[in-house]
Design a protein around this ligand. Structure first.
Ligand SMILES: [Zn+2]
Length: 74
């Protein structure tokens, strides 16, 4: 289990994958979506939307979870 490099919260596989897509594919330390949103100065929902978008594109980093398009809804 990886933890966020900023706030130390345990990371989901989606958060690791979206960090790879948005920041660096070679990243070895990752941020949770809350910290990613702050890093890019966007609402957290934007990160959720990116996760859904990458899944719909069939991104291999998200291939483990192709059917789960709706998580993150509040
Ligand atoms: Zn964090």
């Amino acid at each position: 289990m990886k933890n966020c490099m900023n706030c130390n919260r345990p990371l989901t596989a989606d958060e690791v994958a979206v960090h790879r897509k948005l920041v660096s594919r070679e990243a070895t330390r990752f941020m949770c979506k809350t910290c990613l949103a702050a890093y890019f100065n966007v609402p957290e929902e934007k990160i959720d939307q990116k996760i859904i978008q990458f899944k719909r594109q069939g991104c291999l980093l998200f291939a483990h979870d192709l059917t789960d398009f709706t998580t993150g809804d509040k």
